[in-house]
Design a protein around this ligand. Structure first.
Ligand SMILES: C[S@@+](CC[C@H](N)C(=O)[O-])C[C@H]1O[C@@H](n2cnc3c(N)ncnc32)[C@H](O)[C@@H]1O
Length: 211
């Protein structure tokens, strides 16, 4: 597979941040879920494929610390860091392909992914992704995933995607993950069209041994 970072850096250097189809001024559904899973705001959160989204800004503004953002695009990470200014120093930034990354033993209480996993069309990439989740989410921690839903688009950003329903997405992760809930939402793109997203959230069972 060609270096995916070229594609994504090209997207982020040629399109305004608020013109990409996945743009939302605030990731309201993600924020609400993270808040519901951790009302005490003590959990460490990693945003996978955070891109230029303002999720990290909003998590910081709500008083959360221990945040990390990973994205394959250096341009997107740079944009988010500049937007945050001095506060960027409160976040761990990783420019990396999630299917080839390792957090070096660090674990997080909440893993968040909006619109990244569905780009993994090769089963080996999905397996590597799930393997990283297993190594990087603390026992009893939570995984919040948002992918295109069963009636979502077939491609995004000129790339093929895989659409999921809740069972199909959970099957990718396996028994160690307890599915707590799921919801379909309609995302309104900057062009005014809608895209169906599936949110699924689950808990990593602390009683089961890592696979
Ligand atoms: C559709 S955008 C979503 C961005 C952000 N999560 C949001 O909701 O606004 C997908 C993001 O995933 C990143 N990405 C794609 N493939 C990736 C990979 N294999 N590893 C890490 N990041 C990846 C892209 O650079 C891009 O920022």
């Amino acid at each position: 597979m060609a270096d995916r970072s070229i594609h994504w850096n090209d997207v982020y250097t040629t399109k305004p941040h608020d013109a990409v189809s996945w743009y939302a001024p605030h990731l309201e559904d993600s924020l609400a879920l993270i808040e519901a899973l951790d009302p005490g705001r003590r959990a460490s959160v990693v945003d996978i494929g955070g891109g230029e989204s303002t999720l990290v800004d909003d998590l910081l503004a709500s008083g959360r610390r221990g945040l990390a953002v990973l994205d394959i695009s250096e341009a997107a990470i740079g944009f988010s860091r500049r937007r945050l200014g001095e506060k960027a120093g409160l976040v761990d930034w990783h420019v990396a392909d999630v299917t080839r990354h390792d957090f070096g033993g660090r674990t997080f209480d909440i893993w968040h992914d909006r619109a990244v996993f569905h780009f993994l069309t090769d089963p080996r990439d999905r397996a590597a992704y799930v393997d990283l989740v297993k190594r990087s989410v603390a026992p009893g921690g939570h995984v919040v995933m948002a992918t295109f839903g069963p009636n979502g688009p077939l491609e995004c950003s000129d790339l093929e995607v895989v659409r999921y329903d809740d069972r199909g997405l959970h099957d990718q992760f396996g028994d160690r993950f307890d599915l707590l809930g799921s919801r379909l939402i309609e995302h309104v793109t900057p062009r005014g069209t809608t895209q169906q997203f599936l949110y699924c959230w689950c808990r990593v069972d602390p009683r089961r041994e890592p696979a």
